[in-house]
Design a protein around this ligand. Structure first.
Ligand code: HEM
Length: 142
């Protein structure tokens, strides 16, 4: 029974993490389209700091903790090809998390390095990876 509770909360925090990763670039996009000191820029800057601190980073940590707990409770999962592929993708997703936050800092500093186009393209990546991860963990194709 414990395993199912852990899996349920794993998925709850997966949803929060993915939602945050899809909203954060949107906030930054609004900032890129405005100037430091303008109400929109400052509002989006504050909102994205809260989003990062309250949702995205805690959710990522909890997804990892609960995911690794399930592996500890069911170590045979580590012999499964789909789990290897899943772990590779979630490492990429976690790296992307860090990259997105570093881009966010550049937007806050208004360095001009981050274009709206780049943010629009990057906005899709977490969703594409999530599709692959969910198919791997539900269908277990290999
Ligand atoms: C970040 C590191 C992660 C680890 C270590 C991890 C590990 C695991 C493990 C061990 C299970 C149980 C598998 C089973 O009992 O068959 C599981 C289930 C699941 N994981 Fe993750 N996971 C991670 C991230 C994610 C992410 C990012 C997503 C989605 C984007 C995700 C979606 C799911 C789903 C939907 C299930 C339920 C599968 C089922 O009901 O059989 N996980 N995860």
């Amino acid at each position: 029974m414990l395993y199912l509770w852990v899996k349920a909360f794993h998925i709850i925090f997966v949803v929060a993490w993915m939602a945050g990763m899809l909203i954060f670039p949107r906030y930054k996009l609004h900032q890129v389209k405005s100037q430091p000191g303008e109400p929109l820029f400052e509002t989006m800057k504050e909102a994205s700091v809260k989003l990062r601190r309250i949702i995205i980073t805690p959710a990522m940590i909890l997804v990892w903790v609960l995911g690794l707990l399930m592996i500890a409770l069911n170590q045979s999962l580590l012999t499964q090809g789909w789990m290897h592929a899943k772990l590779a993708l979630v490492f990429i997703l976690s790296g992307f998390h860090g990259y997105l936050i570093s881009l966010g800092r550049k937007v806050d500093a208004a360095t001009g390095e981050v274009s709206a186009r780049k943010l629009q393209i990057l906005n899709e990546l977490p969703f594409v990876i999530m599709i692959a991860v969910v198919i791997l963990v539900i269908v277990k194709p290999f």
